[in-house]
Design a binder for this molecule. Structure first.
Ligand SMILES: Cc1cc2nc3c(=O)[nH]c(=O)nc-3n(C[C@H](O)[C@H](O)[C@H](O)COP(=O)(O)O)c2cc1C
Length: 216
């Protein structure tokens, strides 16, 4: 009887020791994993900060690209810069099916495509690490004032994200041509939106870019 009692006491103490050991291991494990997750979240916030400020640059002759640019600006809290030709295009200038219109003449003569801009370089250009650049498609390419903007500026050290609007054409090689005209920059794949794009589609695209929200 005495030895049975002794055995029970021994079994009970062994169980208590095992429970205590499990608890210590469990608590230790939890601490380790929360430390790991706080380390990784601070690392990822550093990575986000490193992306810095975003500038949304756009040209829009009839308002479609401007509407998308403004939606991006509102969502991100980013700054915008509207490219403005020194001599703005009138609606007569934009008549692409009239061979005597300004755009038709520019289309026919590459020398006329270097459009003078009211301001070539946005204020504080050096402070932006990401540039989202939006433009309408003209005859399969970026509208001429955007090519002038690309030629005029040094994008070295910046990530450049192009988007365009068009009636039906895809973005094609329009963004690639801009990147070739520009000095430097890491030009990423571009996006084409239809002129009457649904705002959810723009919102989703901006979310997917994963850029730092400048409002935060
Ligand atoms: C001169 C000119 C050329 C155009 N060429 C094309 C074209 O090649 N393909 C296309 O799908 N749309 C073309 N479009 C339509 C515009 O790309 C479309 O309407 C765009 O959304 C206009 O943007 P905006 O309102 O910001 O200027 C052209 C428009 C103009 C004025």
């Amino acid at each position: 009887m005495k030895s049975l009692k002794k055995t029970l006491v021994l079994l009970l103490s062994a169980t208590l020791v095992a429970c205590a050991a499990l608890c210590v291991a469990g608590c230790g494990g939890q601490q380790a994993s929360s430390a790991a997750s706080s380390t990784s979240s601070s690392a990822s916030s550093e990575a986000t900060e490193a992306r810095g400020k975003t500038l949304v640059v756009y040209y829009s002759a009839t308002g479609n690209t401007a509407a998308i640019a403004q939606a991006i600006v509102a969502q991100m809290g980013a700054t915008s810069f509207a490219i403005q030709p020194a001599q703005p295009y009138t609606s007569a200038d934009l008549e692409y099916d009239n061979p005597d219109s300004r755009v038709s003449k520019e289309h026919a003569d590459a020398a006329l495509q270097d459009v003078a801009l009211a301001q070539e370089t946005p204020d504080d250009w050096a402070s932006y690490e990401t540039v989202i650049i939006g433009y309408p498609i003209w005859w399969g390419e970026a509208a001429y004032p955007v090519a002038s903007f690309a030629r005029a500026n040094d994008f070295t050290g910046k990530s450049v994200i192009p988007f365009c609007t068009s009636a039906s054409s895809d973005i094609g090689n329009s963004a690639e041509k801009l990147s070739q005209a520009a000095q430097g920059g890491e030009w990423l794949g571009g996006m084409r939106f239809p002129a009457n794009v649904n705002s959810d589609e723009v919102r989703q695209w901006v979310d997917d870019l994963g850029l730092e929200n400048q409002n935060l």
